[in-house]
Design a protein around this ligand. Structure first.
Ligand code: NCD
Length: 305
């Protein structure tokens, strides 16, 4: 039985197969409409979510399966003190596969160790968010036609942003990529990511503070929100929250074929006026998130269509 804890759980070849499957689902949705009939997905969400929970649920419903779950720890037995290990044992009796989001790093791993069904890590604290990474890879590959030989700017809260950590882990396996890490000093990519992932792999990257300095060089700009819920003190959050605001004026510095991605939710970091720029790809990214989760569910349940 296979789980998804980190994007590294799939080899590059397996990832390519998964993305091919997602593109086939996009092109021929009716072919997959009954693939999961009789199967159930449990969504166990201990942290707020809109896209990740709903896109897992939409994915299972599009495959003809059904869904159950909770979207708030307070409405589950976690409020009575039940452990993740016990909750996942229950879910294993009710469902065939589950997606779990939890504020603690490593919670998904604990769930996987105690589950008798495949577990999808739908975000564990500031650590990993592998299904967002699958979404990002599918978006880039579908809209750019490749995942190699590009300059990718990652901007915003690189310290606490789990989507950035997962995406870097996944991308360092493709040739010819360069990263420009754009963040204030306080929100730099953690040392363990810089040293263990980028430096150790001899991977080319630059760190800059000003978005304007990076913009003209980028093929992809991956914007992120400042992760309010992971700050220890409100004043630090308030100081950082509007550090970057991408607006129409700044977009003039970017290449005509640069794509803007964002895992969403956006707060202030992308002005609404950018939404109508053809380079804004963040709402298309949401749609790709459903196709790739459909492909993931089929892959983990080992259902061939
Ligand atoms: C992200 C997350 O939860 O980490 N959201 C999402 O799943 N699309 C990004 C965020 O919350 O900023």
């Amino acid at each position: 039985m296979r789980h998804l804890m980190s994007p590294l759980d799939f080899s590059v070849e397996e990832l390519n197969q998964l993305l091919d499957l997602a593109n086939d689902i996009e092109a021929n949705p009716e072919k997959y409409a009954h693939a999961c009939e009789g199967k159930k997905l449990a969504t166990l969400f201990y942290e707020p979510s809109t896209r990740t929970r709903l896109s897992h649920e939409a994915a299972m419903l599009n495959l003809g399966g059904s869904v159950l779950g909770f979207s708030n720890a307070d409405s589950s037995s976690a409020a009575k003190g039940e452990s993740v290990a016990d909750t996942i044992r229950m879910a294993s009796c009710y469902a065939d596969i589950c997606a779990l989001r939890h504020p603690k790093e490593g919670a998904a791993m604990v769930a996987a160790q105690n589950a008798s069904i495949p577990v999808i890590n739908a975000g564990d604290g500031g650590h990993q968010h592998p299904t967002q990474t699958l979404t990002d890879l599918l978006t880039i590959r579908s809209l750019k036609g490749r995942l190699d030989h590009m300059t990718i700017g990652l901007c915003g809260d690189l310290k606490f942003g789990r989507t950035v950590h997962s995406l870097i882990h996944a991308l360092v396996r493709y040739p010819g990529l360069q990263f420009i890490l754009i963040s204030p000093e306080e929100l730099r990519l953690p040392g363990y990511m810089r040293k263990d992932v980028l430096d150790r792999g001899g991977f080319p990257y630059k760190e800059v503070v000003r978005l304007e300095d990076a913009l003209p060089h980028l093929d992809i700009l991956y914007m992120t929100r400042v992760q309010k819920e992971r700050f220890f003190n409100e004043d630090d959050y308030v100081r950082m929250k509007d550090f970057y605001i991408l607006d129409a004026k700044k977009m003039k510095l970017a290449r005509p074929d640069m794509l803007v991605l964002h895992p969403l939710p956006r707060v202030n970091e992308i002005a609404v006026e950018v939404d109508s720029d053809p380079r804004a790809a963040y709402f298309r990214q949401v749609q790709y998130g459903v196709y790739v989760r459909m492909a993931l569910i089929l892959t983990l349940l080992e259902i061939k269509v």
